[in-house]
Design a binder for this molecule. Structure first.
Ligand SMILES: *Cc1c(COP(=O)(O)O)cnc(C)c1O
Length: 371
């Protein structure tokens, strides 16, 4: 019969993940193209060496020092303070969100988001046997707030996942929308929790506030962040959230003991000491992003407004052919989003020049035909 005896709904499913290819220009997974300085590397190495002397012992299960530093960092991004009791962390914000689904989702419960959106969300739902429901975004990828509100009221989801800025479209969510949906989710029993996934929060345009500002008003609001993107620490695997301490306590029930290794805690603490340096390229990347949007529009392409470090553009008759054409020219981008669209991450000025040159090239071939 069938081997291995995997859960029926998982049979034949390909594991999620963008192709990891060794090409000169990698603009496919929204990493920060700038690595740490020698000084930062030395500090991380020293901290990890110190942690290594204690590796016979389990790490601090409550990662107190790290929660303190993450709270201090977040407090710099909001008018009111964030306390360590409001902070939780795990191996990437993907793990944080899976833990949220483990604690607040489950059989008989529903998780809701609005497509097109992050392709991992339905996987957390599937893996926790939570019913998955996706509303639609408007044609410009913004949220139709009235329709979203009605859907929350009728579905009464236990978890609502709202990325802001959204991946793969780059669309930020106005704070009014977050408030309206938090109130809608608090109007039924048991309340739904609203997760604003700010993986790209640090890239938002000036004047766009963080959902952190709304935490005092809504106890069912959770704001997740990550060190993977703006913080230039994708290899670190450290994601975190800020929420009501009762939500952190609920996650403690489902987390695996000692889920954050001593090495991870030491490296993350060292990286946080270098936050100004690691985040120092954010302004440069934002300017490069705006240039990329302008340039793609000059080419007559449709381009989604972006508050993130990537840009969604199209539409192509055969997007795979365009993706492959770029790859053949040494530029790896991402084939994702609605049919006909492609997503490019913002790299260094040189990488973006290579991207523009390759796309100009491909556009001159039959493969570059527009939809
Ligand atoms: C990249 C990304 C994350 C972060 O994932 P990590 O597990 O923290 O690396 C979370 N949400 C969205 C929408 C993302 O694109």
């Amino acid at each position: 019969m069938s081997w291995p005896p995997i859960r029926e709904e998982l049979r034949g499913i390909e594991p999620y993940g963008a192709p990891q290819l060794d090409v000169p220009v990698q603009l496919n997974v929204n990493e920060n193209p700038y690595g740490p300085s020698a000084e930062c590397v030395a500090d991380i190495a020293e901290s990890v060496a110190a942690a290594a002397t204690t590796l016979n012992r389990y790490p601090d299960r409550e990662f107190v020092a790290l929660r303190e530093q993450l709270a201090a960092y977040l407090s710099g991004d909001t008018a009111h303070g964030i306390t360590p009791a409001q902070v939780w962390a795990a191996n990437g914000s993907n793990e944080v969100m899976l833990q949220l689904l483990q604690a607040f989702g489950g059989p008989g419960r529903t998780a809701l988001s609005f497509a097109p959106t992050y392709s991992m969300y339905p996987e957390y739902a599937r893996d926790t046997m939570t019913t998955w429901k996706a509303g639609r975004r408007a044609d410009d990828f913004s949220l139709d707030l009235d329709a979203a509100h009605d859907l929350v009221k009728s579905e009464q989801p236990s978890v609502i996942l709202l990325p802001s800025p959204n991946n793969p479209t780059g669309t930020a969510l106005p704070p009014e929308a977050v408030s309206v949906l938090c109130e809608a989710a608090a109007s039924y029993e048991p309340n739904g929790i609203v997760v604003v996934d700010e993986a790209y929060g640090e890239f938002r345009r000036t004047g766009v506030p963080s959902a952190l500002e709304l935490l005092p008003q809504h106890r069912n609001l959770v704001v997740t962040r990550t060190m993977s993107k703006a913080f230039a620490g994708a290899g670190l695997r450290l994601g975190y959230l800020a929420a009501d301490p009762a939500i952190c306590d609920a996650i403690r029930v489902v987390r695996l003991p000692y889920h954050l290794s001593a090495v991870t805690q030491a490296a993350a603490l060292a990286a946080l000491r270098h936050a100004p340096e690691l985040l120092g390229k954010v302004d440069l990347l934002r300017a490069e992003r705006d240039r990329c949007v302008d340039w793609l529009r000059e080419q007559g392409l449709e381009v989604a407004d972006s508050d993130a470090n990537f840009v969604l553009f199209g539409r192509y008759a055969d997007r795979h052919a365009v993706w492959q054409g770029l790859l053949d020219r040494g530029v790896l981008i991402r084939e994702t989003g609605p049919e006909g669209w492609l997503r490019v991450s913002i790299g260094t000025a040189d990488e973006m020049a290579a991207f523009r040159e390759a796309l100009t090239d491909v556009s001159a071939t039959p493969n570059g035909a527009r939809a």
